[in-house]
Design a protein. Sequence first.
Length: 220
Amino acid sequence: MAGVTRPLRVLIVDDDALVRAGLSMMLDGAGGITVAGEAADGDEVPAAADAHAPDVVLMDLRMPRVDGVTATRRLRARANPPEVIVLTTFDSDEDILHALRAGAGGFLLKDTPPAQIVQAVRQVAAGDPILSPRVTRRLMDRAVTRAGAYQRARAALAGLSARENEVVLQIARGRSNAEIAAELFMSVATVKAHVSSVLSKLGLDNRTQIALLAHDAGLA
């Protein structure tokens, strides 16, 4: 029927059956979201993604056979991959950065309130990254740990146009496409075109990786 959109399909990946059950109950009770399937380990993700065609995957980080970072990287390398939100109890700098660099569009801790997890699913499905506030603060406070990281990031951004760099800065500040459009006086379609161009030029997978590069370059 015209005007009717299908529910967002979510795949839950966690080796704890109780966690899967709790998340499934919570998400199935939210409007416009359905739990399409579950997987108990990262090695089950490809088959589960094929079987259930999720829009968003909630991915645990530590699993016995294949960890969440590896599963995320493999999933995001596929054609037309779903978005991934890492949902974990672990929040070390390395855990966060490895997950985001693997292509995760979000990183949430398991003590995140249910309403915020539901909102995160909707937000990431719409193309906007989401991070727990504690994770955001850690990334903002994180010093550049490799001597060449700053120079490499600046060199990469130097290949962008002035307008593309303006969009990169707004992405690093956590702005949505609509907010960027209003700030830079352009249409949302133009913002999306700039974002696509930036991703292509930099060889990146999503907006979160753009933000990380901007942080490495000292822009935000």
